[in-house]
Design a protein. Structure first.
Length: 184
């Protein structure tokens, strides 16, 4: 069954079509949710919220305005940001005790499995993780991030820089641990 038919049937509240749509896009949505979540259970909850909103808003999808995948991605990103938005609009500043002094080499980075990178992203403080995801994966500008999160553009820039540093440190530790295991 093609996507247009599935969407049409979902709009008519066909449960089989809703299941088909869920099964088709759940892996992508879960990957998106995992980038914003601190742990997998939270990612599952975010995914559920995304699909609840999807089925409520599906009537508003217009194929003339763009492809479904792009519309779904934006809807899910907005849902996630709404759900994880803190009551106060301030990003907590976290200063790690040590920062890496050297960059990961390209070959070292390529050797790190995607799951390890995702786990490292999940370990970032919430504020860092939000800015990092919006800038790196969603391609938001610092101005758009500032407007979305209610922070200053300079805060967005500094949070991104600190997120990258912390991520490098986390990945460097993983690489070092892996290297030590191979030597043992």
């Amino acid at each position: 069954m093609n996507l247009a038919d599935i969407i049409s049937q979902c709009k008519a509240k066909d449960h089989k079509a809703e299941k088909a749509l869920f099964l088709r896009f759940a892996p992508r949505v879960l990957t998106l949710c995992r980038r914003y979540a601190s742990h997998n259970v939270e990612a599952d909850d975010l995914m559920q919220e995304c699909f609840i909103r999807l089925f409520k808003k599906l009537e508003k999808y217009n194929p003339v305005k763009g492809d479904f995948e792009g519309w779904l991605h934006r809807l899910c990103t907005n849902t996630i940001l709404t759900v994880i938005k803190p009551a106060k609009r301030k990003i907590d500043m976290v200063y790690p005790g040590e920062l890496p002094e050297q960059e990961l080499s390209q070959s070292e980075f390529e050797a790190v499995p995607a799951e390890v990178i995702l786990t490292a992203i999940q370990q970032l403080p919430v504020g860092y993780r939000k800015v990092f995801n919006l800038f790196i994966f969603e391609k938001f500008s610092h101005k758009e991030i500032a407007a979305t999160l209610g922070i200053a553009e300079t805060t967005s820039r500094s949070q991104l820089t600190k997120a990258k540093r912390m991520l490098r440190l986390l990945l460097q530790k993983k690489i070092d641990q892996s290297y030590e295991r191979r030597l043992a």
